[in-house]
Design a protein around this ligand. Structure first.
Ligand SMILES: Cc1ncc(COP(=O)(O)O)c(C=O)c1O
Ligand SMILES: N[C@@H](CCOP(=O)(O)O)C(=O)O
Length: 466
């Protein structure tokens, strides 16, 4: 399997999975895509029903690593990656009401869906870097969850230096402490003046600076890295199989920000999973639902909300879907993306927009609607969801059709957002034992404004210190 950029052609020298894992973003600023969508037959899907989560994940990921990492190696990694999850099923389904299920993706060490892929990424990096005798510097942007998951997956790993940029004062306190209380030498946390988009822009600017990129051997753990998406596809397959696929259609509802999670579901559909609808849930930063309803992809200011991890306007992975909607035309994709960067408005051709609407629905919840929905799910079903998962459930409830299971991605544990949960329900969700002393732990982070040069220097210094 080879990979191409959304802004470039496939050539004889196109990279394989291990190459793009380390590269993160393509040199031309585009995002890597597999050269084709591997197909999973209905019979194979039926056979996979009896696999454990780690075995299923290895099978699915191996379709993307062909030619660079074999199935047996992946199996060792998946068993190791998921063995510390606090639920035997890894990603269990919970029936919230008739035909509406929560797919709980928060049973990993940092209590958010990011662990599902990040625990694999840490091991994949280790494997490839050891094989190649190389080291890399990972710079990641976070609105709260990617950061702690990446830090947890990479802490103490010899060949990785990790720098995480978070928007100062815009994450929950639990989220911040989960990142800043990890004091391993290879980890650096930087608080940035701005929002998640500011952090993400800085990361992309570092990738665009070729000299810097080569100097620090820059790599990425955000969902701009295809390996993240590949490791998020298995849980959609697993959930659908548990509910009767491939002999029955299933729909998914996904609370969405950077568009990585719902893109993984869309990828599963391209691979043969019978998915009926994909529903996108937004908070007040609703660029994606505005786009779906009115073909209006125009960037507004990022506004703080009760679901801070989704306080995002520029959804990086949308470029991957756009590329597909444009029949994989890299020239048109690059032109539209460059124009978007300059104007803040994406001119998506009408036919591409119509094609997206064939598979996707979208809906926005205000903070008030999110609190009310959280309260109602708890009152009626005794299901306590964090604000992000609540948006997924509420949107799923809105779009569910009779007889077709609707699965909402429950992306974070309620204890990550105790203030929002308490205000809505009066309940005080407790952190699990391994995080019980989080508020007593020492914190360490640098506040460095938002100048690219200052942050680049901090990355260089961190790399040398390590
Ligand atoms: C808890 C939670 N829910 C939802 C999202 C949105 O997911 P995505 O960025 O993949 O669209 C995020 C952030 O990515 C998150 O941390
Ligand atoms: N919500 C994310 C934002 C980054 O998303 P990613 O999936 O691209 O890493 C976060 O919590 O940091």
């Amino acid at each position: 399997m080879r990979y191409r950029s959304t802004r470039g052609e496939l050539t004889a020298h196109s990279p394989n999975f291990s190459d793009i894992l380390l590269a993160g973003l393509a040199d031309d600023g585009g995002l890597y895509m597999p050269e084709f969508w591997p197909q999973i037959s209905p019979q194979t899907l039926r056979d996979w029903r009896r696999l454990s989560y780690p075995d299923l994940a290895a099978e699915v990921i191996s379709l993307f690593t062909a030619g660079s990492i074999d199935l047996a190696t992946l199996r060792t990694m998946t068993h190791d990656a998921y063995k510390h999850f606090d639920h035997a099923a890894v990603a269990p389904l919970s029936e919230v009401e008739q035909d509406l299920y929560a797919l709980e993706l928060f049973h990993g060490p940092t209590l958010a869906f990011k662990d599902m892929a990040m625990q694999m990424l840490g091991r994949l990096f280790d494997h490839v870097l050891t094989e190649r005798n190389q080291n890399v510097t990972i710079v990641g942007a976070t609105s709260g969850d990617t950061g702690s998951a990446a830090i947890e997956a990479c802490r103490g790993r010899e060949r990785l230096s990790v720098v995480i940029l978070h928007p100062k004062g815009r994450t929950s306190e639990v989220q911040r402490r989960q990142m800043t209380s990890v004091l391993d030498d290879n980890i650096l946390n930087i608080a940035v003046d701005g929002d998640f988009d500011t952090c993400q822009d800085i990361v992309k600017a570092m990738f665009a600076d070729k000299a810097f990129r080569d100097d620090v051997s820059l790599s990425a753990v955000n969902s701009i890295n295809w390996a993240r998406i590949a490791a998020q596809i298995p849980y959609y397959i697993r959930a659908a199989l548990a509910l009767g696929a491939p002999d029955r259609e299933v729909s998914f509802s996904v609370p969405t920000g950077n568009f990585g999670n719902v893109l993984a579901a869309w990828a599963a559909k391209q691979m043969g999973l019978p998915i009926k609808r994909l529903c996108i849930g937004s908070n007040r930063n609703d660029i994606l639902t505005r786009f779906l309803v009115d073909n209006d992809m125009s960037v507004r200011k990022v506004e703080p909300s009760l679901s801070p991890s989704m306080d995002i306007q520029v959804s990086s992975n949308f470029e991957r879907l756009l590329f597909e909607l444009l029949d994989q035309d890299p020239v048109r994709c690059a032109t539209i993306m460059k124009d978007f960067r300059q104007t803040g408005r994406m001119a998506v051709p009408q036919d591409a927009w119509m094609r997206m609407k064939e598979s996707f629905d979208g809906m926005t919840l205000s903070d008030e609607q999110t609190s009310a929905a959280m309260r109602k799910f708890y009152a009626e079903s005794l299901y306590l969801a964090d604000p992000h998962s609540t948006i997924g459930l509420a949107v799923g409830k809105e779009f569910k059709e009779p007889g077709i299971p609707m699965v909402a991605a429950a992306t974070a544990h309620p204890a990550k957002f105790p203030d929002a949960v308490k205000a809505a329900t009066g309940l005080d969700p407790k952190l699990p034992p391994h995080l019980a002393d989080l508020f007593e732990r020492e914190e360490r982070f640098d506040s460095l404004g938002n100048e690219l040069a200052t942050i680049q220097q901090a990355v260089r210094d961190h790399m040398k210190r390590k």
